[in-house]
Design a protein around this ligand. Structure first.
Ligand code: C5P
Length: 391
């Protein structure tokens, strides 16, 4: 599965370093070429000899231990397809987010311009420190994938969030990241995500449970496939592409209209409210003696349909969430909306969709073809949807 792939692992000085031994073994077993750079502190937790035996390569620690004409921090960065830093301590995270390059590992990170995955592990108070949070945000906004630590019993004796995420999760994330083609290079992909928020008065609104994760995953996957991405979303995300934050369906429509002409793909994963209140109240609506309150709602514009009516070269993809008769309803919807593809979600299942990290979808196209994507993480589903659009 990983034949010919060059994986560079950076190990920093945390107790979870021992877990990376198992990970190196798995990468090797599956055919990858693994090189390891470790900070001097990491070698307090695992020995150079262990890492060397498992990776079947020299272990790179000292920056000025130069053997070739080319400095190691450049050649190691150049030859790797991906760099994984695990476990990543608070210290190393803070240094790389600020461009500090004071040892071999941080120098490589500074020179590395391809996909980087970072799996932090630290005490829960360190993880919650505002400085660390800010450094993580910065790294995300520059394109690093952060595998959030898990909650549980920590080696320092505390219980809280800070444990290195599972080796399985790290392994799968690296494999997934290495799966990307550059099929969308030169293309502009516009994605919508999250549920729209329709204000009733200054303190109340109508919305839905959409987390925005599916659209965010599609935007990330499109970027990893080389696209220029714009994400129009009601949620807060940090990412290395253009993000337009919107609130209501009308805001979303305005943002889409301004991005539409130059787009090659428009992927509408947002859950747009079908209705909004007719008369927004400038003042908070007061409770009265009456047992009932009637809010009059008016229909929001069907953004997807209106884009399909004016589309030229764009491929437009809609999403639909159905709680019954998934296929029948989806078939009716694709012809009503006029989109090229419709991705149908079964929301009657609690293990997929909405806030879940997983999904299982069925893609319909306007010629009547149907493709089912089996349950997988939203990241994998996102890549598969984009690949299917390009088949
Ligand atoms: O009609 P329904 O809400 O099931 O359709 C879902 C698809 O239509 C999604 O792609 C959603 O983003 C889009 N939509 C829209 N404008 C609306 C309602 C939904 O563009 N008012």
């Amino acid at each position: 599965m990983l034949n010919g792939k060059n994986i560079l692992i950076g190990i920093t000085g945390g107790i979870a370093a021992y877990k990376i031994c198992d990970l190196i073994r798995r990468f090797k077993k599956n055919g990858a070429n693994v090189k390891v750079t470790a900070t001097p502190n990491a070698l307090n937790f695992v020995t150079k000899l262990t890492l060397q035996n498992l990776s079947q390569n020299e272990i790179y620690v000292e920056e000025f231990d130069i053997k070739e004409w080319k400095p190691e921090h450049i050649s190691l960065a150049d030859e790797a397809d991906i760099m994984l830093i695990a476990p990543a301590t608070a210290n190393t995270i803070s240094k790389i987010s600020n461009g500090i390059a004071d040892n071999l590992l941080t120098s490589i990170a500074c020179a590395f311009s391809k996909k980087m995955i970072i799996a932090p592990a630290m005490n829960c108070n360190m993880w919650n420190n505002p400085a660390i949070k800010e450094n993580i945000r910065v790294l995300k906004s520059r394109g690093a994938e952060i595998l959030e630590p898990e909650s549980g019993f920590l080696a320092c004796g505390y219980t809280g969030k800070g444990r290195l995420c599972s080796v399985d999760k790290i392994y799968n994330s690296v494999v997934e990241a290495l799966n990307y083609s550059d099929k969308l290079k030169g293309k502009k992909v516009v994605v919508t995500s999250g549920g729209t928020v329709e204000d009733i008065d200054p303190v109340r609104y109508i919305s839905n449970y959409s987390s925005g994760k599916m659209g965010f995953s599609i935007a990330n996957s499109a970027r990893d496939m080389g696209a220029e991405v714009t994400l129009i979303t009601t949620k807060d995300f940090d990412a290395p592409y253009k993000i337009i934050k919107v609130k209501s369906a009308i805001d979303m429509q305005d943002a889409l209209n301004s991005e539409f002409d130059t787009a090659d793909y428009v992927i509408m994963a947002a859950a747009v409210a079908d209705y909004r209140v007719k008369n927004y109240s400038e003042q908070k609506i007061k409770k009265t003696d009456s047992e009932n309150l009637t809010l009059e709602l008016v229909k929001n514009p069907d953004i997807l349909k209106s884009l399909c009516e004016k589309k030229s070269h764009q491929i437009v993809v809609g999403f639909c969430a159905e709680s019954e008769n998934l296929l029948e309803n989806a078939k009716e919807k694709i012809s009503k909306k006029g989109c090229d593809y419709l991705v149908a979600n079964d929301i009657s299942r609690s293990d997929i969709g909405f806030s879940s990290d997983d999904n299982e979808v069925t893609i319909l196209d306007k010629s009547g073809n149907i493709k089912k994507l089996e349950k997988a993480s939203k990241r994998v589903i996102a890549r598969k949807i984009l690949e299917y659009l390009n088949e």
